[in-house]
Design a protein around this ligand. Structure first.
Ligand SMILES: NC(=O)c1ccc[n+]([C@@H]2O[C@H](COP(=O)([O-])OP(=O)(O)OC[C@H]3O[C@@H](n4cnc5c(N)ncnc54)[C@H](OP(=O)(O)O)[C@@H]3O)[C@@H](O)[C@H]2O)c1
Length: 294
């Protein structure tokens, strides 16, 4: 390793960690890796990564330690066996979890003399290494700035603030959109399939429906911001009738109605709360009131 070569440790070699290690290697970094299932390191070692024999060794190899794990519990399972090696390390935790878990992890790391940056990667493994991809970061600003150039090797960076929970929060907010949207897509594919329409035949219409959403968000955002849910463009009662049609069409096709039925239940709650003549955006107010779980 030359004096100028930069180096990093990556712990966690799922699809995401593997993509990160490959990208660091391609960019000339010296990369030390560790994974619970050591064999996952084989293709990376073949490309030049160094497999640490122990977690201690992985932590000792570099100041900067990127974690790419299923969740924060996995971090405790791994780093908990090597707390004596944490002092002076910078943990960049790119594992997904809740804002509360991220805040607790930052405190836990500090208790062992390490510093913690929270990250939320917004792209699949194929997006790692692309400047068009982005990752939310939060935690101490000086720490983020000191390591920003290395982090930019993975994706563009979007620093959200000092609170360690912020990156996780932004990530979860976007995942809320991602999973509900993608489930609606899969439900539509199942409904189409019940009528002999293939996913491939449906795809152009799916693309068109999804690409119309930014326009809706663009139109409604200033109104929501101003607390304006006027029913001048659409009415919740109209939306509820539309969702009912989807439930019935789904039922008639013998397809699972759980998803549109859940949507209809929210529309009906909005109507029961007096929003029938308001826009469907009034459902924001319905969502703000938590429903006691059964
Ligand atoms: N994949 C994506 O498309 C994507 C996109 C954006 C963000 N993310 C986030 O990025 C993170 C990593 O993604 P991924 O797809 O690589 O996830 P993954 O496949 O769930 O990653 C698993 C990694 O966590 C390790 N792990 C899990 N539980 C463990 C435990 N109890 N003890 C020790 N190691 C444990 C696994 O070790 P073993 O190999 O030994 O099982 C593996 O290294 C996740 O938090 C994910 O939410 C993923």
């Amino acid at each position: 390793m030359s004096d100028t070569q930069q180096s990093v440790t990556v712990i966690g070699l799922g699809p995401m960690g593997q993509a990160m290690v490959s990208t660091f290697l391609e960019r000339g970094y010296q990369v030390t890796v560790w994974n619970r299932t050591a064999s996952k390191a084989d293709p990376l070692v073949a490309k030049g990564a160094v497999l640490a024999a122990t977690v201690q060794e992985a932590l000792a190899a570099n100041e900067l330690v990127v974690l790419s794990l299923t969740d924060y519990d996995a971090m405790y399972a791994i780093l908990g066996q090597a707390t004596d090696a944490l002092a002076g390390r910078v943990l960049v935790n790119l594992s997904s979890d809740t804002p509360e878990k991220a805040r607790a992890a930052a405190e836990w790391a500090a208790g062992h003399g390490a510093r913690h940056l929270t990250g939320g990667v917004q792209v699949p493994p194929s997006g790692i290494g692309s400047p068009e991809s982005a990752t939310f970061y939060s935690g101490p600003k000086d720490l983020f700035e000191a390591h920003q150039e290395t982090l930019k090797v993975l994706t563009a960076t979007d620093y959200r603030g000092e609170d360690p929970g912020l990156a996780a929060l932004y990530y979860q907010i976007l995942m809320d959109i991602f999973w509900t949207s993608m489930l609606s897509y899969l439900h539509a594919v199942a409904l189409a399939d019940a009528h002999g329409i293939t996913a491939e035949e449906l795809q152009p219409y799916v693309a068109s429906a999804l690409s119309s959403l930014p326009n809706f968000a663009g139109f409604y955002t200033p109104r929501i911001n101003a607390g304006n849910h006027a029913g001048d463009v659409d009415k919740l009662a109209m939306g509820a009738a539309s969702v009912e049609h989807i439930v019935h069409t789904t039922e008639a096709a013998g397809v699972d109605t759980a998803l549109p039925a859940a949507v209809l239940e929210v529309f009906r709650r909005g109507m029961a709360q007096g929003h029938s003549g308001d826009s469907f955006t009034s459902l924001v107010e319905v969502f703000k009131k938590a429903v006691a779980s059964a």
